[in-house]
Design a binder for this molecule. Structure first.
Ligand code: NVA
Length: 321
């Protein structure tokens, strides 16, 4: 409690990890999967505050189980009760959580609120999904791709559907960081912002990857070894459900569409899934689907992220614990 360490590392968006750091976290995640209770670089008790302003299933359970496996305790903070940014300022909540927890995991709407939390908590802050990014899911997804298809660099991945959401942005950044060839495909108005492409392209130029938007879903999956989709109606967009379903139909991941991808392509979905909308039941529940591996890998990847951030944040003060 003697103050913030010299440097505090956070995972607020996918490009907070350099290519080498992303590879290091994925390697650690693989080790945790192999040996869940293996040696960790953590010293002392680990209390993690988990704050949820949006619904959760995988994130809450995988962080709770993962922190327990690390020998720590995950405190569940009900976002509605805490009223962060409403009842109490983000600044004040950050100061308080940083005095109670070794790390803060926050699922919320606004990326700028998350950044404010990171600026003031004095302990690592992890993005457990915002409107803009979902970096924990991406680490689990990259772990899953590695398990099923080997080396990430050079893999062709196609994201279909509402690519303007957190998952589309995160695939651009994390995929480019991993040296993958990322294609996003959706109707007009459902593609990541130009600045996101620009930034991902700059990363890809360093890693040998690439990013591209392709309108036609069949052309977009041509040659893809990894086909990804996500709900068409992200949390907070429920009132747009009808309008979204009306335009996104051609991007549904069906067996017909999948026939245009590589013959050994895997299919990914972060869940929750809506069969008959963004993906058919036949594909989601079929042999190419790796969705349950993705769900499991959330735990391993997040343990690795916490261990990485805590270790890199250990300064003279010994962290915020
Ligand atoms: N894009 C989805 C991801 C769910 C994990 C959402 O934000 O609801």
């Amino acid at each position: 409690m003697s103050g913030a360490p010299a440097t505090t590392r956070h995972l607020l968006r996918d490009d907070d990890l350099s290519p080498a750091e992303q590879a290091e976290v994925l390697e650690l995640a693989a080790r945790f999967k192999h040996d869940p209770f293996g040696a960790t670089p953590l010293a002392g008790p680990l209390s993690v505050a988990m704050v949820f302003d949006k619904p959760t299933l995988r994130t809450q359970t995988s962080f709770a189980a993962g922190v327990a496996e690390l020998g720590g305790h995950a405190m569940l903070v009900d976002g509605a009760l805490a009223g962060i940014g409403v009842r109490e300022s983000v600044h004040d909540v950050a100061k308080v959580l940083g005095r109670q927890a070794a790390a803060v995991v926050w699922r919320t709407y606004r990326q700028d609120f998350l950044e404010e939390m990171a600026a003031h908590a004095g302990v690592p802050v992890v993005n457990a999904l915002t409107d803009d990014f979902h970096p924990c899911q991406l680490l689990a997804d990259l772990q899953t791709v590695r398990e099923h298809r080997g080396e990430l660099a050079g893999q062709h991945v196609t994201f279909l559907g509402d690519a303007a959401c957190n998952m589309g942005n995160s695939w651009l950044l994390a995929g480019a960081t991993a040296g993958m060839h990322v294609v996003v495909s959706g109707p007009d108005g459902y593609l990541p912002a130009a600045r996101m492409f620009q930034h991902a392209s700059e990363i890809a130029a360093l890693t040998g990857g690439s990013v591209r938007a392709v309108g036609d879903p069949r052309a977009a999956v041509e040659g893809a070894g990894v086909v990804v989709t996500d709900t068409w109606v992200s949390m907070g967009k429920e009132e747009e459900a009808q309008a979204r379903r009306a335009v996104l139909g051609p991007w549904s991941v069906t067996a017909d569409l999948l026939a245009h991808a590589a013959s050994d392509a895997i299919v990914m979905h972060c869940l929750p899934a809506y069969r008959g909308n963004e993906i058919s039941a036949e594909v989601l529940d079929g042999p190419r689907s790796v969705v349950w591996d993705e769900a499991e890998n959330r735990r391993h990847a997040q343990k690795a992220v916490l261990a990485f951030l805590l270790e890199r944040s250990a300064g003279p003060a010994g962290g915020g614990r």
